[in-house]
Design a protein around this ligand. Structure first.
Ligand SMILES: *Cc1c(COP(=O)(O)O)cnc(C)c1O
Length: 393
């Protein structure tokens, strides 16, 4: 693990690449696809890996390296690198570390495209899978076979915000010598550091809270060197490199991650309190909500409850749609982790391809709405939700 005595906020701001002779205060942007060599000998030694340095931007670029270095320090991982998108990180990890005949156990409630990779693409590569409820420890243990190589989990889960017992999964992975991979996109390293609980790899879609302003795509694979090196070899060869411009944006974004996450969480708590009191709402889903059966585990793993809030609007699918159409300020979008509050209705959009039975099995009821609470004034967010609930009655 990288050792550094400075605090999270300071590391996110003061971790920086070497500056040029121009003495830039803020990081410069390196728009260069390749780098020149002093001599044929230097080129040979760079290619042979005998000396460190940039060769080509599909491999490394100062902007990408700065972002990766920061993320490693914030997550407390040994090493790591950046990828073009979050899905490049997910697919790159699976492809680099799983081979024909292997088996992966994943929680069933995960990001839609990660679900497709596991259930549609990996089987074509000869990798078998089992899906288990994220919050049932026994189910994880039972699903392990002699061929299992990896456990994959998101916590809080998408979209119903269920909590994995990361310490349990860390122990389980150790006991069976499996690679524990955690997609930490919802929590960010500010709220949760999965390596503390035994994760071998931490994945990010930097597109969400790390950018935080809905601008660029990006991802990262962070963790133990033996696994990260194999993933880097796969990703650099197959081409899912992050653009240096996106890396530059994302590195600047990290400078404000802590203050943004604090405000996302504070606003989310206010929205949760409002929904709790509302007669139009059947249930509120939030990691730190008293109704969450795993609230104690959530509090042991996470610094705060996060920016995502789920609620069950009374009246099912029709009411859910009416409610969304009645929102005036809050955006309807599939993204999350933006400054703008976003509402999503999984039953009619992201999870509409599932049957009702499949949806209910992962807790997506017809009236379920997911909010990604933004950084607007909390009173304005609540006013919009209140008027839309009233209009949809
Ligand atoms: C968005 C998301 C991804 C995929 O990230 P992209 O940057 O869109 O490729 C993966 N996991 C989770 C939890 C996500 O929310």
């Amino acid at each position: 693990m990288k050792k550094n005595s400075k605090h999270f906020e300071t590391l996110a701001i003061r971790t920086q690449m070497e500056r040029t002779h121009q003495k830039e205060h803020s990081a410069p942007l390196y728009l260069t696809s390749s780098y020149w060599f002093e001599s044929a000998e230097e080129a040979k030694s760079l290619f042979a890996g005998e000396q460190e340095g940039n060769i080509y931007s599909r491999y490394t670029n100062p902007n990408n390296s700065e972002l990766a270095e920061k993320l490693c320090l914030l997550e407390g991982t040994e090493t790591g690198f950046t990828t073009a998108t979050g899905m490049a990180a997910v697919y790159g990890t699976f492809s680099a570390l799983l081979k024909q005949g292997d088996h992966i156990v994943s929680s069933s409630a995960i990001f839609g495209n990660s679900f497709s990779v596991i259930t549609e693409i990996l089987p074509k590569q000869g990798v078998d899978f089992s899906l288990v409820p994220v919050d049932e420890n026994e189910a994880w243990e039972k699903a392990i076979t002699p061929k299992t190589k990896m456990l994959f989990v998101e916590s809080p889960s998408n979209p119903t915000l269920k909590i994995a017992d990361l310490a349990f999964l860390g122990e389980l992975a150790k006991k069976h010598e499996l690679i524990l991979v955690v997609d930490n996109c919802f929590a960010t390293p500010y709220l949760q550091q999965p390596t503390k609980f035994g994760a071998d790899l931490v994945l990010h879609s930097a597109t969400k809270y790390i950018d935080g302003q809905g601008r660029v795509l990006g991802g990262a694979i962070l963790g133990k060197k033996q696994y990260v090196d194999a993933c880097f070899d796969f990703v650099k060869k197959t081409g899912a490199a992050l653009s240096p411009f996106n890396a530059w944006v994302l590195s600047k974004s990290l400078e404000t991650l802590a203050v943004r996450m604090d405000r996302h969480c504070d606003n989310a708590e206010k929205v949760v309190d409002f929904l709790d009191q509302s007669d139009d709402v059947e249930a509120v889903l939030y990691p730190f909500h008293h109704s969450n059966p795993r609230v104690e585990i959530a509090k042991a793993q996470m610094k705060k409850g996060g920016g995502l809030v789920g609620c069950l609007v009374k009246g099912g699918l029709d009411r859910g749609r009416k409610f969304l159409n009645a929102l005036e300020m809050i955006s309807l979008s599939a993204n999350l982790g933006d400054t703008r509050t976003i509402a999503t209705h999984p039953a009619s959009t992201t999870h509409s391809k599932m049957t009702e039975e499949e949806r209910l099995a992962v807790g997506i009821e017809a009236g379920f709405v997911r909010f990604s609470i933004g950084l607007e004034n909390a009173d304005d967010i609540i006013t919009d939700i209140a008027q839309a609930l009233k209009a949809s009655r």
